[in-house]
Design a protein around this ligand. Structure first.
Ligand code: FNR
Length: 428
């Protein structure tokens, strides 16, 4: 699909027509109901991981509050009978200014999580940003995406060779960009996960890009071949430990029974924990990546004007204003709050994208009005996945597009170019 003609009316009337026959949508349109429906279908560790944020969850709340500080001022009598939400990014025309944000470890929610999301993106023709922490190898996700655009999100590993391998693979699967996430040099202080002692990666969940990588596999084999002396006593077997063992054996490539007896699954987790990130990363290191790929480089996690200026000065191709949905720093500034000043300092030299806190099409509209070229959708699609798999992701993204389309129409806009700051007013 390359164009959504009146998607708002189509989605709306589809739901009302089914309603007249006594059928309600499986996926709620009210964001709070969607969240509640997802929660009912998720285990406690999955819910904590997906919904949880850092510390006292204040950045997450600030993300939402920032949207409420801007009010939309609709305009009348402008012939809004035909609307067009197409946008061009890095030389490719997209049907709508919405992308699936990279979300890791969704294997906790459903075994085929990333493949289901890819099928949804394919059905809508919208881009998926494939996570470094996905639960399926990027090649399999790319197959499920068909012709839909895909970008690869990179967590810059401590191991150069592994970074190069990820980038090569991303090129091979036809990525339109490399999205380097900067805000997760270490995991945030995620209280909901800490309270239950749950980290998906330790159970082998969310490390499929690694276990399918030739460089990583070699590192794991080397680790297994090097005997380590340990002074720690062997932990006594417990139900929790057995569950972890089973999860490791299930998540690791190869057969379950063979994996149960093999040292490789656990060595893979240990290797992953060692190479996951590079806390020493600096601005100057971007040149190293620039030398290794011609793909557009997009920096995700910028929330400061000075950093935005630095990003432009270092020749990157785009930025995503984002605070990772409040999952990294507690008490942080709402991402939308900083969007206008960052858009101003970037001055149109590179596209500025946005995420963190978008729950409906009107939120997307506000971010676009404040200068975002496109927006990434995070938790809502994960909730759609929990409720109804690929159909759930497609439903949630369809709702967002429909509401954006309807908001455009009702405010007097027929193209994205017309959605500007004049349509918003700060709340007193
Ligand atoms: C994320 N996010 C994320 N970002 C990234 O660059 N790589 C990743 O692997 C992940 N993983 C991830 C897991 C989960 C469960 C969540 C909720 C988020 C951050 C994501 O891309 C995006 O920035 C946020 O989701 C935006 O915030 P909201 O709108 O979801 O609150």
């Amino acid at each position: 699909m390359d164009h959504f003609d009146s998607i708002g009316r189509r989605v709306q009337s589809g739901i009302y027509r089914a309603g007249a026959r006594g059928r309600r949508p499986r996926v709620p349109a009210t964001p709070a109901r969607l969240e509640a429906a997802a929660r009912r279908r998720m285990s406690r560790p999955a819910w904590s991981y997906v919904a949880g944020s850092a510390g006292q969850q204040r950045t997450d709340r600030a993300n939402r509050a920032a949207f409420d500080r801007w009010k939309i001022v609709p305009r009348m009598l402008r012939d809004i009978s035909v609307r067009d939400m197409r946008v061009e990014l890095f030389g490719r025309s997209l049907p709508a200014p919405l992308l699936l944000a990279p979300i890791g470890a969704l294997g906790m929610v459903r075994a085929d999580a990333d493949l289901a999301a890819a099928r949804a993106a394919r059905s809508l023709g919208i881009p998926m940003i494939i996570s470094t922490q996905a639960s399926s190898p990027m090649e399999a996700i790319a197959d499920a995406l068909g012709d839909a655009p895909r970008w690869f999100q990179l967590y810059w590993s401590a191991n150069d060779e592994l970074v190069e391998s990820f980038v090569r693979r991303a090129e091979t699967i036809g990525s339109g960009a490399i999205v380097v996430t900067l805000d997760t040099q270490m995991l945030g202080w995620r209280t909901a996960d800490l309270d239950i002692g749950s980290l998906p990666f330790v159970r082998g969940q969310g490390i499929a890009q690694y276990t399918s990588d030739p460089v990583f596999t070699r590192l794991v084999e080397e680790r297994v071949a090097t005997p380590r002396t340990t002074t720690e006593p062997r932990p006594r077997p417990s139900p929790g430990a057995v569950r972890t063992l089973a999860s490791l054996a299930r998540a690791h490539p190869g057969g379950f029974l063979r994996n149960l007896r093999s040292p490789l699954p656990r060595a893979a987790v240990e290797t992953f924990l060692e190479v996951f990130s590079r806390p020493s990363l600096r601005w100057a290191d971007l040149a190293w990546l620039r030398d290794r790929t011609e793909l557009p480089i997009v920096l995700k996690g910028i929330v400061d004007v000075g950093d935005a200026r630095r990003a432009v000065d270092h020749g990157v191709d785009g930025i995503i204003v984002s605070n990772h949905g409040g999952r990294q720093v507690d008490g942080g500034i709402g991402a939308l709050t900083v969007l206008p000043e960052i858009v101003e300092v970037v001055g149109g030299r590179i596209p500025v994208l946005f995420d963190s806190g978008i729950r409906g099409g009107a939120d997307a509209f506000k971010a676009l009005a404040l200068g975002a070229r496109a927006v990434c959708i995070g938790r809502p699609w994960a909730y759609g996945l929990a409720v109804d798999g690929a159909d759930g992701v497609a439903a949630v993204m369809g709702y967002l597009m429909a509401e954006l389309d309807i908001t455009m129409a009702l405010t007097g806009c027929t193209t994205l170019a017309e959605i500007d700051r004049d349509l918003l007013r700060p709340d007193a």
